[in-house]
Design a protein around this ligand. Structure first.
Ligand code: SF4
Length: 227
């Protein structure tokens, strides 16, 4: 597998937000989201066997039983990442998979919690969500919309309503996009869409969704890697 980094930090972008978590970050992505904060994963990394990744994740975890497989886009390495997730589950970890929603998800082990993006109109990757992935969603899974303006919000709102998403999954998350060049200030001024504005729209429309803030960007410098 091609791996960018393996490290322990706090989970920041789901209903597991705030919990200590080991991140296994895979190299490579086939999308180019305009606000992507993980461009350093597009190239490079190091070649590791599934066993080597497993050993390093176990070493990093200590007492922590939560592991997130992320990227880049981890499902581009499906042939190796699926066995890795199975082995982590066998060892008693809760396994999260963060994915763009563009790759097929049918082969993801049933007990993995999928955190699936639906890319919005102004993400730079509009229309890439694979609609048949809706059938792969289970009750424990989560769907995330990263929003940069009102048009993104309306797209997400209509998608949630039309697909009855909040009845299908554990959480639907609306999260303001962060400025790509964000650095230094650990506050909401770095968001492309004001969280307060987003909160008001959600309440006004009575949407059963969760406001998500990228927790790690309020704890550490938003430009910092490996957190
Ligand atoms: S899918 Fe994720 S890693 Fe890929 S470009 Fe978009 S935000 Fe970046």
């Amino acid at each position: 597998m091609q791996i960018t980094e393996i490290y322990k930090s706090l989970q920041g972008e789901s209903s597991y937000s705030g919990l200590p978590c080991v991140f296994v970050r895979l190299t490579g992505c086939n999308l180019r989201c305009s606000w992507c904060d993980s461009e350093y994963t597009f190239f490079g990394g190091r070649r590791m066997s599934v066993d080597e990744v497993l050993r390093e994740a176990e070493r990093a975890s200590g007492n922590c039983r939560l592991v997130e497989i992320t990227g880049g886009e981890p499902m581009l390495q499906e042939r190796e990442v699926v066995p890795l997730m199975e082995l982590l589950l066998e060892r008693g970890y809760t396994v999260l998979l963060e994915t763009s929603g563009e790759r097929p998800l049918a082969q993801v082990p049933r007990d993995v919690v999928k955190i699936v993006d639906v890319k919005c109109p102004h993400s730079g990757a509009a229309g890439t969500f694979r609609m048949e992935n809706l059938d792969a969603l289970a009750e424990r899974d989560e769907v995330k919309f990263v929003l940069s303006d009102r048009a993104d919000y309306e797209f997400a709102r209509d998608f949630v309503r039309e697909q009855g998403l909040s009845l299908k999954v554990a959480a639907v998350i609306f999260s303001p996009a962060f400025r790509k060049e964000a650095t230094g200030a650990r506050d909401a001024s770095q968001c492309l869409l004001d969280p307060r504005q987003l909160a008001e729209w959600v309440l006004e429309d009575e949407l059963p969704v969760r406001l998500g803030l990228q927790l790690h960007k309020f704890v550490w410098d938003p430009a910092e890697k490996g957190v």
